[in-house]
Write a protein that binds this ligand. Structure first.
Ligand code: FAD
Length: 432
């Protein structure tokens, strides 16, 4: 491993925590009773908590670690408006009308992030910066253009195909073969967004109990009993908002979600002219393959934040940082000598149909399986959960009646993730 790629003071925690450190632990006693107990304090749990508390419900959020220690303070902060399955493929699978309804809601989820940030006055560097998706070959370029054209026809979404000769206007590399530019995509500081939701939920009266893993859940006639490491709590309704951290507390959901690790690094600050050669505009960038590499500027526009090699084990973050550093240099050889200040990981959840899921089992409600889309979809389905617990008509969603599949070989431990990622890598190579 190259030792000199690590800047002095290198950290194996998110760059985002510099501006939004994890809140100090609290030790308020658990209430014996509440209207709604929410397991998980990321975007999903806190959005639900905020709306339920404002509607006068007593809410206790149970979090195993520090508040927001899951993916919601660790992600790349890309605010997207698409599902993993692109519109053309989804329309082929489910029909154009159904695909339109699902995509319509993803767009509503995207808009909701902007609305919440504005209405709640959350200072989290949200901007509509546009997204560039570079491709690897002329064949990919043409087939991507065809798919986006179908999307434009059905949904009216604008895009621009950018040939290789002009890709440097979006990304200063010779590595790719042009790509597509979509103007209406955003970037956010994910941990400051989370902090804002946390502050608003607390101010609305929701209790946040960190360092309180829920260990057992038992349905009673008219309530649910939750055992936790800090005592027992009885709730009229329970929300499971654990996404990539879903575990034995809910074995049925555990078998339907596939946890995997995402990885990111932050570089040391770069001179403005160097950065401007790489990202002339502050775009978010994710390349066109199954196992994506992704790139953005830090919100203060001084550093590169880069991610990729998703899905491997999170055993040695320094080794992972070295891999990501090499991949960054492959795109931008001029960056030779640049050092890494932070490397971090977090857990996401895939689902077998690569769709987000919301549902209920009696008094236990859930929303998870965001497949790398949790910034908009966690916020959106968290709101939907709150609305349905309040018996509001707008609690319904187009995601309601999606079957939530599992596979016979998934008993809880995702042993097959490395195999799946190797298969995706092979497909990506063949595609190229
Ligand atoms: C590196 C990385 C990059 C990503 N980039 C993006 C991106 O650019 N855009 C995007 O939209 N999405 C992205 N994602 C995904 C996104 O971060 C997640 O989908 C989203 O944060 C999920 O939010 P959540 O509230 O559902 O879950 P989380 O924020 O993961 O919170 C779940 C919480 O549940 C807690 N928990 C679990 N079990 C228990 C228990 N038994 N008792 C108590 N607490 C429990 C966990 O400790 C955890 O804090 C990325 C993820 C990673 C890791």
């Amino acid at each position: 491993m190259q030792a000199d790629i690590f800047a002095p003071g290198f950290k194996t925690e998110p760059y985002w925590w510099e501006a939004a450190p994890r809140p100090l632990p609290t030790s308020a006693p658990l209430p014996a009773l509440c209207d709604v107990a929410i397991v998980g304090s990321g975007y999903t749990g806190l959005t639900a908590a905020l709306h339920l508390a404002r509607a006068g419900r007593s809410v206790a959020v149970l979090e195993a670690e520090a508040a927001g220690a899951g993916a919601s303070s660790r992600n790349a902060g890309f605010v997207g408006r698409a599902l993993v399955t692109d519109f053309a493929d989804l329309a082929e699978r489910l029909g154009a009308e159904r695909a339109k309804a699902l995509y319509g809601e993803v767009w509503a989820a995207y808009d909701q992030v902007y609305r919440v940030v504005a209405e709640e006055r959350i200072d989290c560097h949200l901007e509509r910066c546009g997204r560039f998706i570079p491709v690897f070959s002329q064949r990919q370029y043409d087939s991507f253009a065809r798919k986006l054209e179908i999307q434009r026809r059905h949904l009216g979404e604008e895009f621009e195909m950018v040939p290789k000769a002009r890709q440097h206007l979006h990304l200063g590399t010779e590595f790719y073969h042009g790509g597509s530019y979509g103007p209406d995509r955003g970037a956010i500081h994910p941990a400051l967004y989370h902090q804002g939701l946390l502050d608003r939920a607390r101010a609305a009266g929701a209790e946040i109990h960190d360092c309180t893993p829920a260990t057992r859940l038992r349905a009673e006639a008219s309530s649910v009993l939750l055992e936790t490491a800090r005592g027992r709590i009885e709730a009229r309704e329970v929300i499971i908002a654990t996404n990539g951290y879903t575990g034995v507390l809910t074995p049925d959901l555990q078998r339907r979600t596939i946890p995997f690790h995402g990885f990111m690094i932050a570089t040391e600050p770069l001179a403005p002219d160097r950065l401007a050669r790489i990202l002339p505009q502050p775009r978010i960038v994710e390349d066109y393959r199954m196992n994506i590499d992704f790139l953005r500027l830090s919100p203060d526009r001084t550093r590169l934040l880069f991610g990729g090699r998703t899905g491997g084990p999170a055993v040695d973050l320094k080794a992972k940082a070295a891999v990501l550093h090499r991949r960054l240099l492959r795109l931008f050889p001029d960056l030779a000598g640049i050092r890494v200040t932070h490397a971090w990981t977090g857990r996401c959840a895939a689902s077998f149909d690569v769709m987000p899921h919301i549902g209920r089992q009696d008094r236990v409600h859930y929303a998870l399986g965001y497949n790398y889309m949790g910034v908009p979809m966690g916020s959106w389905l968290g709101l939907k959960l709150a609305r349905r617990l309040l018996d509001a008509a707008d609690g319904a969603t187009a995601f309601d009646d999606l079957p939530f599949p599992t596979r016979f070989y998934h008993r809880g431990h995702p042993w097959f993730v490395p195999l799946a990622m190797a298969w995706f890598d092979l497909k990506d190579r063949l595609e190229r």
